[in-house]
Design a protein around this ligand. Structure first.
Ligand SMILES: [Zn+2]
Length: 859
């Protein structure tokens, strides 16, 4: 077991032995512009319950200069395998470690980025899960909290931000020293440092006596695109909402949000110093769905300041609770905060979070929400749709079950009792039980300790007058994939049943019944004797987490009139249900296309529109019968061009359809249109062909052989930014030649020089659904390389390669066979196996769906 893969048992032993008081960390970043390494000096003070015992501290670094424990210098050989052995502890200990740590280009540890626009160097840290140890010697586990004091030497012209407020820098000459005040007691993984010539915009959150300084930072080259007013507005709404609901004042001294380059995740909840991906600073027009997603991320990270940062999970097995809570909190805040621009957030939640959760929960790797996390590798592959989306869906169901008032009352008690400490799931459930008076043990066993999705179906009979004679909700246990952990169970569901009538093409809800569903069959006597409505929708309002099926008559009405629901949420639920049926082979890909073409023109929710557009493309690329696929794509491309021309000028829908055409254009006429939009020869009134849209259109022209290296180079000359370089790399990899594919492959697999973002762009360009013949030879190369990649690259980089270059577009038995042969021969570690098994499941599902689509073509 490599030393970087800390196990839960090791962490527990260490937590029993140690209490960490404080870290003093000195970082010398004065030569950052040259890259390489930086000097890191850490002094840790900690006590041990058993004097004489031994332990270790974590450090990932090229070299160590000095290790001094309680005044005694240890031999540098104590540092081995990313750990420093600490023998013979005293009751009270002081450890000093001087090391040379490395800057990274993978987004892990201390990431170094050079902006091509100004040639300046920008740094930021990203430590979750175990990467603080790449920057300073640390006891890298969440339950060894401590106070952290950072002292940073950096170029005089820089801005330096950390968890504590930025002090006035001292010194003269080319460098300055920033001496930060100690933090409160926090975990290593939420400490942070952002340094470079970033620019800031400032405001404050004020509430009575309380005044919290707010800052927003980005690179100067993005400043013209930053919209701080909108970001501060959402942030302040979040402060108001969370402080009131949690009845606990914001726990840190200030709140900075830093938009940083080449960030692997959406954002990171560092205490008082949140980092966010800087694609959230929009360089070009985006749809309102992007603003909504950004606001959700802002609120998610803010919620973590209490749930995660103030009160922290003891070990990573409760990561799900951390992420689910923040994900639930972002949606409920958007739905309820006064002045929120996105009160329809539960529609987005149904459309995106639920879809993600349902997909993940049907993979062979599915697992109970409470996952077993035995070591750090386990947790690193567990930032998944169960942890974020299913967990949040189940929390939403829990709120429906205990009531929102009781839920927040329990949460308030939990924060008060555990502030600055660590907890387990039972601590929260105990507080909720007390607040609600409901026993949550059986609820927890059914929802948190088992995997899979229940299916709810209506069963109804009518009399000769068309009145309902009997109505029941049938529940079936999850169909767990072979090899999945846990048993398949029925669960208690709190649901609403919506009754809809059709009037002039409009589907309007005429009644709603809320009930508890238990066991395989739940009668609904309230419906007996009523006239059968046009549509009966189970799980209306999306209270529970379940797959829902429509009865035959309702399905027929919905298929004809999906756009007719006057409310967004039932439309989103029906869209999700149709997509789920397509993935499950209950609806042929060609029928999903037909449904999309009839429903999309009346869909006003832009987030739903864009989701359905992505799903249609996926359905055509991998779920459609290959012999019919081209017809389907041609229909989709034609529809996209028509919708683009018909859309209201300057609208979000217009932009969304332009992007669809930019992903699927195939006739000479369509490709001429893309080229014309780029060179000005064609104009669609109201459509701004701005930087990002230009790259999207050029990407399609490159993939179809219409844009050569010169055209790509010319575009890069127009936009010689980091984002432009990524797009150019993607365009080159997309070109339909064997040489382009070989060069892209070599740059990713045979070399480790690409940054995380450029590598992702190359992989995205390489995989083109229209280029299966060119891609076919790479299946064999993939299986030959994948184990070496996993063993030699960092976690983020290898995960990108393993999931991104898997031959997912080669939907054929041969891909399954090659995967199985590799799984047998390679003896992969559990984390690597999981990634391959998940990718394989996609091909298996696609093969089944293709058979269904083929049969539909023959009917
Ligand atoms: Zn989170």
């Amino acid at each position: 077991m490599p030393g970087t893969n800390l196990t839960r048992d090791e962490a527990r032993t260490r937590a029993d032995l140690l209490h960490v008081d404080a870290y003093e960390i000195e970082l010398d970043l004065s030569s950052a512009r040259e890259g390489g390494t930086f000097r890191s000096t850490t002094v840790v003070r900690f006590t041990a319950t058993t004097p004489g015992a031994a332990t270790f501290i974590d450090l990932v670094a090229p070299s160590v200069e000095e290790i001094v424990l309680n005044g005694v210098r240890l031999d540098n050989s104590a540092f081995a395998d990313s750990r420093i052995a600490l023998p013979d502890l005293a009751a009270e200990n002081e450890l000093r470690v001087v090391a040379d740590c490395a800057y990274t280009n993978t987004g892990e540890g201390l990431h170094l980025f050079v902006d091509p626009v100004d040639g300046e160097t920008y740094l930021y840290t990203q430590f979750e899960v175990p990467d603080a140890r790449r920057v300073f010697a640390s006891f890298e586990q969440p339950d060894l909290k401590a106070a952290f004091t950072f002292t940073v030497t950096a170029p005089a012209t820089w801005v330096v931000v950390s968890n504590s407020p930025t002090p006035e820098p001292q010194g003269e000459g080319d460098t300055r020293v920033w001496s930060f005040a100690p933090t409160g007691r926090i975990s290593t993984y939420i400490t942070a440092l952002v340094a470079g010539p970033y620019v800031g915009v400032f405001d404050s959150y004020e509430n009575g006596e309380q005044k919290v300084p707010l800052g927003i930072y980005c690179r100067p080259s993005l400043r013209e695109f930053l919209d701080p007013e909108a970001i501060f507005e959402v942030t302040k709404q979040g402060f108001d909402y969370f402080q009131e609901k949690f009845d606990f004042p914001y726990p840190f001294a200030k709140y900075d949000q830093l938009f940083v380059p080449e960030f692997n995740a959406g954002a990171m909840e560092n205490a008082g110093a949140v980092t966010l991906r800087d694609q959230y600073v929009f360089r070009s027009k985006v749809t309102d769905a992007a603003y909504e997603a950004r606001a959700a991320t802002i609120l998610h990270e803010l919620a973590h300041m209490w749930f995660g940062d103030l009160v922290t999970m003891e070990w990573w097995n409760d990561l799900w609770l951390n992420e689910s809570f923040a994900t639930y909190a972002e949606a409920v805040c958007q739905a309820e905060a006064p002045g929120s621009r996105w009160p329809n957030s539960w529609t987005t939640f149904a459309n995106q979070m639920k879809t993600w959760a349902y997909r993940q929960d049907q993979l062979p790797s599915t697992h109970p929400i409470m996952a077993e996390i035995n070591d750090l590798e386990d947790v690193q592959v567990n930032f998944d749709g169960i942890t974020y989306a299913k967990g949040a869906s189940v929390l939403k169901q829990l709120v429906a079950y205990v009531g929102q008032d009781a839920f927040f009352e329990g949460v308030r008690a939990y924060f008060k009792q555990h502030a600055w400490g660590n907890t387990r799931l039972g601590d929260l459930l105990g507080a909720l039980e007390k607040a609600s008076g409901r026993d949550l043990k059986s609820w927890s066993a059914a929802w948190l300790e088992t995997a899979g999705i229940n299916v709810l179906r209506p069963a109804l009979t009518l009399n000769t007058d068309g009145e309902i004679e009997s109505f029941a909700v049938l529940q079936t246990a999850p169909a767990l994939p072979a090899g999945a952990k846990g048993e398949a169970v029925l669960r208690p569901h709190r649901i609403a049943v919506g009754l809809y009538e059709l009037n002039d093409g409009a589907l309007v809800r005429t009644d709603r019944i809320e009930l508890d569903v238990n066991g395989p069959r739940t009668e609904v006597p309230e419906l007996v004797g009523r006239h059968r409505p046009a549509v009966i929708l189970l799980n209306d309002d999306d209270l529970t987490y379940a797959k829902v099926r429509l009865d035959e008559d309702s399905l027929a009405v919905v298929t004809e009139n999906l756009g007719g629901f006057t409310e967004a949420l039932p439309r989103a639920l029906c869209w999700a249900s149709a997509w789920d049926m397509t993935r499950d082979g209950e609806l042929a890909a060609r029928d999903y296309l037909t449904l999309a073409l009839s429903g999309l023109p009346r869909e006003s929710d832009i987030g739903v529109v864009q989701s359905v557009q992505r799903q249609v493309k996926l359905a055509l690329d991998v779920y459609a019968d290959p012999n019919w696929r081209e017809q389907g794509l041609a229909r989709w491309a034609e529809a996209a061009e028509q919708a683009l021309r018909d859309a209201e000028p300057g609208s979000d829908h217009q932009l969304a359809w332009a992007r669809v055409l930019g992903s699927v254009a195939r006739t000479d006429g369509q490709l001429d249109l893309l080229a014309g939009l780029l060179d000005g020869g064609a104009v669609i009134p109201g459509l701004a062909v701005d930087t990002e849209l230009r790259w999207a259109l050029l990407g399609r022209l490159a993939a179809t052989g219409r844009a050569d290296e010169a055209a790509i180079g010319a575009e890069l000359a127009r936009d010689n930014t980091a984002a432009g370089q990524e797009h150019a790399a993607s365009c080159r990899a997309a070109r339909p030649t064997a040489e382009a594919k070989a060069a892209a492959w070599a740059s990713v697999v045979d070399s480790d020089e690409l940054t995380n973002y450029v590598q992702a762009a190359v992989i995205g360009g390489f995989q083109q659904a229209d280029q299966r013949e060119l891609l076919a030879p790479y299946a064999e190369k993939y299986f030959a390389a994948v184990k070496g990649v996993w063993e030699s690259r960092s976690h983020e980089i290898s995960q990108q390669i393993i999931t991104g270059l898997y031959p997912a577009l080669l939907v054929e038995q041969g891909t399954l066979d090659a995967t199985d042969a590799w799984l047998t021969a390679a003896e992969p570690s559990p984390a690597l196996r999981r990634q391959i098994v998940e990718a394989r499941a996609g091909v298996e599902r696609a093969l089944r769906a293709q058979a269904v689509d083929r049969a539909a073509g023959e009917r």
